[in-house]
Design a protein around this ligand. Structure first.
Ligand SMILES: *Cc1c(COP(=O)(O)O)cnc(C)c1O
Length: 339
């Protein structure tokens, strides 16, 4: 898999560590000695203003933006979007302007949600922010801002929500390659990768990268928003597009795409007791700081599925996609649940 031909810009702290989770593994061990041996791939440590999974995608997206001589990055997300934070940071690093549209997607009016966490960091880094109500057609809104920016004589580069197009997903094809190389060096046999899946680029890139390499490691996406059929269709479409860029579209088959969307709860960005329990368990066993919207929900699923015996005897790598900056936006929701 030859990625240099896509001219990524390098700013992420790579490779990210691949570490065991001994204490969480012990807690999830069943009385008969079953349960998974858990490892974590630390993509929360990619280094760009707090890091997270969008940083790998942005290396490829910025490569294209700079090749196009763009002077302004445009993107969109929810108010507490980690993707928006990392995009703003990437713009700052390359001296580009950045305009973002934030959707009040969760409906939360809590002061910490609307003002702290990621959005505080977006403001700190000098982003120009437009706020729109829940349910806005964000793709259309982004196209309108792009037209305005272009009409004013600037050169916009539009990054879709989550950085999830085939160019962005190349960052996760690269992650697949990095992870397999680390596992080979350590002599670690990985049976499964578990990741949160939202705008689909992370899972699609992993699936495409593993398939193109012929690595045969199944990926389980745990959904945070859409129902299973929609999520799997989105991941599959994007995985095929990504593998097409890599010259091997035929290697991505529909059966490689598996999403479990049973842990979404009341909706995107809305947490429940099981998410809080997952955040606490990860924090109190291996000092792993997960986030409320993505990795907390993925861990809620991983814990439930482990307890059902679904991963017995497997070595499972949990991809930590970042987002702990968003914890501060949920202080009021978690208050009273942290004993
Ligand atoms: C965006 C995000 C995800 C989901 O990744 P997608 O590529 O959008 O599916 C997972 N975790 C965190 C912390 C994120 O910010």
């Amino acid at each position: 898999m030859h990625l240099a031909r896509f001219n990524p810009v390098r700013f992420a702290h790579l490779p990210t560590p691949l570490e065991p989770l001994p204490r969480l593994t012990e807690v999830l061990m069943t009385p008969g000695g079953g349960g998974p041996a858990l490892w974590v791939k630390r993509d929360d440590c990619t280094g760009l203003a707090g890091g997270g999974n969008k940083t790998r995608k942005l290396e490829y997206l910025l490569g294209e933006a700079l090749a196009n001589d763009a002077d302004t990055l445009l993107t969109q997300g929810a108010v507490q979007s980690n993707h928006v934070r990392q995009t703003v940071a990437a713009a700052v690093r390359f001296g580009l302007s950045c305009e973002v549209i934030l959707e009040a997607r969760t409906g939360s009016q809590a002061i910490d949600y609307t003002r702290s966490g990621n959005v505080l960091l977006d403001e700190l880094m000098g982003a120009k922010i437009r706020h729109v109500p829940a349910g806005t057609d964000m793709t259309l809104a982004l196209a309108q801002v792009a037209a305005e920016v272009a009409a004013s004589g600037r050169r916009p580069y539009v990054i879709p929500g989550g950085g999830s197009n085939a160019i962005g997903a190349l960052g996760y094809a690269e992650c697949a390659m990095e992870l397999v190389a680390q596992a080979n060096d350590m002599g670690l046999e990985i049976d499964r990768i578990v990741t949160a899946t939202g705008s689909a680029g992370t899972q699609a890139g992993l699936v495409a990268g593993l398939a193109v390499m012929g690595a045969d490691i199944p990926v389980l996406g745990i959904g945070v928003r859409a129902p299973r059929d929609v999520q799997e269709a989105n991941v599959f479409r994007l995985a095929v597009e990504t593998a097409t860029l890599l010259g091997h579209a035929d290697r991505v088959t529909r059966d490689l795409v598996v999403a479990d969307c049973d842990y979404v709860g009341a909706g995107y960005g809305i947490i429940d007791d099981a998410v809080i329990a997952a955040l606490k368990l990860a924090a109190r066993t291996d000092a792993l700081l997960l986030d409320p919207v993505y990795t907390g929900k993925a861990m809620k699923g991983l814990i439930a599925l482990s307890r059902e015996g679904r991963f017995d005897g497997e070595t499972v790598v949990f991809l930590h996609t970042g987002g702990a900056q968003g914890l501060f936006a949920y202080q009021s929701v978690m208050e009273g649940h942290l004993q």
